[in-house]
Design a protein around this ligand. Structure first.
Ligand code: NAD
Length: 375
């Protein structure tokens, strides 16, 4: 069966990414699929319509949604988008599976099958489909650039006729995908970098990037290789050990997260008083409640000479490369549905099963149930 894959301009004005880049649509067309897109969908990411060779380009989103068998998006689709989709269609994207359940009720009425890129199991086989990782690494990179631009100092050591400049001291807390990319980026810019995480395996990962591990004496390993919430005593120990160190820091990047929980609070208002005037904080946990008490999501605030940046959707601000990586993640997932040029979903596949939220409209994912979407 030949299928039509569709994508449109992302709804949010702050979003520069596009779901499919020309490199991917070419592969789809080579696989015998048709591709329909909204005119200009890739423009913010740097991909003009002329680059989407052999795709059907239509003016409005409605025409795409009503004809695509498989609709691919970057950020969470609104209820209105799902309403306009073809009955029995498939949707693939960063669905935000725990937000706005009304969307699943509409998907239910229309027999829509939804795959969430966020729920792709983080196994070795699924690495090439792991959009959480690809987009987190964009965020980690961009976090350091934001800090570097806001900082009143150089990051590298400089020896000049006007004297020697000391390198900036950067501390990255949370050494998951975003944190490790932040460490690597700060190192490339020449800063002195320390990293900290509660998972012991990160010691080696931090050191392998040429940074030093800041040992605060707290470890908290949870399920599936993730961190767990700290106990009150552990939180206190972590904060006591960290407080003093903050006096040395020029740039603080926080990326700490525990899946399904609000962002762990690492720096209280009292601890923040130890930060030097002129230092810069970039809190990647801002959207989830903040790793740092003084950051506000989507804002840059200054207090006592310290700049607090709480960015939202950093991945969406690096349109071209973030889209290329995301589009490859999507293609690798959709390739699992393409066997011998025939489009078919193998429900035995653990990656497809693990990322599937609704099947023919019914909520099937155990983390998204209970099924409130009755027909
Ligand atoms: P994440 O975004 O959930 O969390 C970011 C980091 O914050 C984690 O490293 C976590 O340990 C740390 N953290 C949580 N609470 C903290 C606290 N109180 N203090 C300091 N640090 C704290 O993590 P992520 O980047 O999505 O990845 C986390 C895990 O997933 C890692 O084990 C990683 O190796 C694994 N992973 C596996 C694969 C794969 O095998 N395909 C791919 C990507 C990630």
């Amino acid at each position: 069966m030949s299928i039509t894959v569709g994508f449109i301009s992302e709804v949010s004005k702050l979003e520069q990414r596009v779901a499919l880049v020309p490199e991917t649509t070419k592969k789809m067309i080579k696989a015998g699929w048709k591709v329909i897109m909204q005119a200009g969908a890739g423009a913010d990411a740097g991909f003009m319509d002329s680059a989407y060779t052999d795709c059907q380009i239509v003016k409005d989103a409605k025409s795409v949604l009503s004809s695509a068998d498989v609709f691919v998006c970057v950020t969470a689709p609104t209820a209105n988008i799902i309403k306009q989709m073809k009955n029995d269609a498939i949707m693939v994207g960063m669905i935000a599976p725990f937000a706005d359940k009304e969307r699943f009720a509409i998907a239910n009425k229309k027999n829509i099958t939804i795959f969430s890129m966020e729920l792709v199991p983080r196994t070795s086989r699924a690495q090439s489909m792991d959009a959480l990782s690809s987009q987190a690494s964009v965020a980690g990179y961009k976090a350091v650039l934001l800090a570097a631009v806001a900082a009143p100092r150089f990051l590298p050591m400089l020896t000049t006729a006007a004297g020697t400049i000391r390198p900036s001291q950067v501390l990255v807390i949370g050494a998951g995908v975003a944190g490790l990319q932040a460490i690597a980026t700060a190192k490339r810019l020449g800063a002195m970098v320390m990293g900290y995480d509660v998972r012991p395996e990160t010691v080696e990962q931090i050191q392998s990037l040429g940074a030093k591990f800041l040992d605060l004496g707290v470890q908290a390993v949870g399920e599936g290789g993730y961190a767990r919430d700290l106990t009150d005593a552990e939180k206190q120990q972590q904060q006591d050990a960290l407080s003093d160190y903050l006096k040395k820091v020029d740039i603080l990047i926080t990326t700490a997260a525990v899946p399904g929980r609000p962002a762990p609070r690492l720096i209280t208002e009292i601890m923040a008083k130890n930060l030097k005037p002129g230092s810069v904080v970039v809190d990647l946990g801002a959207e989830g409640g903040g790793n740092v008490a003084l950051t506000e999501a989507g804002k840059t605030v200054k207090q006592d000479g310290v700049t607090y940046i709480g960015p939202v959707n950093l991945a969406g601000s690096l349109g071209l490369h973030a889209s290329e990586m995301y589009s490859r993640n999507v293609w690798n997932l959709l390739s699992l549905m393409n066997k011998d040029s025939k489009f078919a979903i193998n429900w035995e596949d653990d990656i497809l099963e693990g990322s599937n939220i609704t099947k023919d409209g019914q909520i099937v994912h155990p983390m998204v149930k209970p099924n409130t979407a009755e027909k």
